[in-house]
Design a protein around this ligand. Structure first.
Ligand code: GRF
Length: 189
């Protein structure tokens, strides 16, 4: 199965996924890394792996539709079969969703349906929850609303700072995302 990772920023999830594919823990081919920011750190990480790394930005297009059409062309060019969002900070538009039904996966740093949106970790922390976590789900047209595939739980202790909680969440992400992708690939190959 040919996988593309879409990421906007740091790329720590991209890196663990790329490494898991390289180590054959995920029986897939990583055919493309795409970022919607030319200066995203994920593109630096991409250089460590022998894969095409591409980027273009929304502002280079007349509107969101043309941007997404270009992205769809790119995914088609690389024969992508599964799209993996790893900190890709954009809503997926309807053409892309239609082209990849149940073939776009996202990771969200909270236990959905709780704390959707941009600040899942901070929102959970500020709400004072004793438990939060990570959700991997298929993407639909809503914000963090698609069918849930897997969740990982994290306890929040009274001593945890926000930064402690972020560290715990990322540790769970880095363990869970490659495991779940390995399973999805196995079930669909
Ligand atoms: C992760 O916390 C992920 O859950 C969220 O964006 C963050 C991306 O982190 N969607 P990184 O760029 O993979 O380090």
């Amino acid at each position: 199965m040919k996988i593309a990772v879409l990421a906007s920023g740091n790329g720590s999830n991209f890196e663990v996924i790329a490494q898991a594919i390289k180590d054959k823990k995920i029986a897939a081919e990583l055919v493309l890394l795409f970022s919607d920011h030319h200066d995203a750190y994920v593109l630096e990480r991409g250089k460590k792996f022998d894969i095409p790394c591409e980027s273009f930005e929304l502002k280079e297009f007349s509107d969101k539709q043309s941007y997404e059409d270009a992205l769809l062309d790119l995914l088609t060019e690389y024969n992508v079969e599964l799209v993996v969002l790893a900190g890709y900070m954009r809503i997926i538009g309807k053409n892309l969703l239609a082209a990849f039904p149940n073939r776009i996966v996202n990771i969200h740093p909270a236990l959905l349906p709780n704390f959707p949106g941009l600040h899942g970790i901070k929102d959970a922390y500020e709400a004072g929850v004793k438990e939060t976590g990570v959700t991997i789900h298929y993407v639909d047209s809503g914000v963090d609303t698609g069918p849930i595939i897997a969740q990982g739980r994290v306890e929040v202790s009274d001593e945890d700072s926000l930064s402690d909680l972020e560290t715990k969440i990322h540790q769970i992400e880095h363990q869970l995302y490659p495991e779940v992708l390995a399973k999805i690939v196995k079930e669909n190959s």
